[in-house]
Design a protein around this ligand. Structure first.
Ligand SMILES: Nc1ncnc2c1ncn2[C@@H]1O[C@H](COP(=O)(O)OP(=O)(O)OP(=O)(O)O)[C@@H](O)[C@H]1O
Ligand SMILES: [Mg+2]
Length: 364
């Protein structure tokens, strides 16, 4: 396993007109399990292929520990990569497919057998080991592909590009926890690409959120949820995503229309700003002792475990998550409270500050 460092790495497929991956500096730390999360087309596969050497970046340099690998082809990088769809030798048995990456590297036979059987047991392949791969269903084939990626002990990193897409949803959960187990066991540097937030959050030590060719935030799942640094992270993670409302900073106070929402924590220039607060933290009925912002309730979705109260503030939708069986009714005017420690301020989509309670404000 290795630490993988990207220095100013970027990629353009059209000679520099547009960037599929904007030049970035980023380190994948040795032995960690990462999820690379982002919507379709944001550059996940491009980034992965640059690490594995399938793609040479337009700009920048790549280091595996102290060794520069920018010009080194895939074979010289010791990367195990698993793709979205099975890549197998159809006429070989499952056992031989799993053994292939080891035989290829002249691993001694007893060691091959030990490693193949271990991976097979973990992935539930024992009963098909002697079967030809072409006789397996697509889901099983993909699990064998996954096994091929995990069978080697000596790899700089394991890269998984949406590896469970063709696998049955019920099996996905099991396989993900197996993967975690295998990761704990081997300590590989592991990058798991997905566009599914649940998959990313349940799997990784650290989630790297990619949007439009750039890393907008990286952190533990709870950090991304509680402390989004970018509006995109607020929207993309959470269900429903973070509420965003246009507001104004004036004299150190944040206002929506004429309602005061809170004070600005620290110094920020006056002018337009956007307020971001997750539905989980919006207080219908206002904050204890706080003013709150007048909102008209437009609907209530009863989700069983909780309610989602839909409201409108100055023409902008806001959702609040409340306990199930709440008494809010459409048409009512209620006050919404935005807790200072869970409400953030954004400019140009990037977090620029936070709120402070109004009564904590010093003399104007
Ligand atoms: N070979 C290529 N030639 C030209 N453009 C490409 C090529 N591969 C990808 N792109 C473009 O680069 C951008 C990033 O693509 P990439 O495949 O890295 O995204 P992704 O995040 O993996 O998407 P998905 O979730 O759909 O797999 C997209 O705009 C895509 O259209
Ligand atoms: Mg992709």
């Amino acid at each position: 396993m290795a630490e993988i460092r990207l220095e100013g790495v970027g990629h353009s497929y059209d000679g520099g007109r547009t960037w599929a991956l904007r030049p970035m500096t980023w380190t994948w730390r040795s032995g960690r399990a990462y999820a690379l999360l982002g919507p379709s087309g944001c550059g996940k596969t491009t980034l992965l292929n640059i690490v594995s050497g399938l793609l040479t970046p337009t700009v920048g340099r790549i280091w595996f520990d102290d060794r520069e690998v920018t010009g080194v082809p895939t074979a010289g990088r010791d990367i195990a990569q698993v793709f979205q769809f099975p890549v197998l030798y159809e006429e070989m048995t499952v056992y031989d497919n799993l053994a292939f990456p080891l035989r290829n590297r002249k691993v001694p036979a007893p060691e091959i057998r030990r490693r193949v059987l271990r991976v097979s047991a973990m992935l539930g392949l024992d009963d098909v080991l002697r079967r030809r791969s072409r006789r397996l269903d697509p889901g099983r084939k993909q699990i064998v592909s996954l096994g091929r990626g995990l069978v080697r002990a000596q790899v700089a990193a394991v890269l998984l590009d949406e590896p469970l897409t063709v696998v049955d949803p019920a099996l996905k959960w099991t396989l993900r926890s197996k993967l975690k187990e295998i990761h704990r066991d081997t300590g590989h540097t592991l990058v798991y690409v997905t566009h599914d937030q649940t998959e990313a959050l349940t799997f990784a030590d650290e989630v790297v959120v990619l949007n439009d060719g750039r890393i907008v935030q990286a952190g533990r799942p709870a950090e991304l949820f509680l402390s989004p640094e970018h509006e995109f992270v607020g929207h993309f993670i959470g269900s429903p995503g973070m509420n965003v409302l246009p507001a104004e900073i004036d004299g150190g106070v944040v206002r929506i229309g004429r309602s005061e929402v809170g004070a600005v924590a620290g110094e920020l220039p006056p002018g337009p700003v956007r307020i971001g607060v997750r539905p989980e933290f919006v207080q219908v009925g206002g904050l204890p002792g706080g003013p709150g912002v007048a909102a008209r309730v437009t609907g209530v979705d009863r989700m069983g475990s909780h309610d989602l109260v839909r409201a409108e503030v100055g023409g902008h939708p806001v959702i609040a998550r409340t306990e199930a069986g709440s008494s809010w009714t459409p048409g009512a005017v209620e006050f919404l409270g935005f807790p200072a420690d869970r409400t953030f301020l954004f400019r140009d989509e990037v977090r620029c500050g936070s709120l402070a309670p109004l009564d904590g404000r010093g003399p104007a």
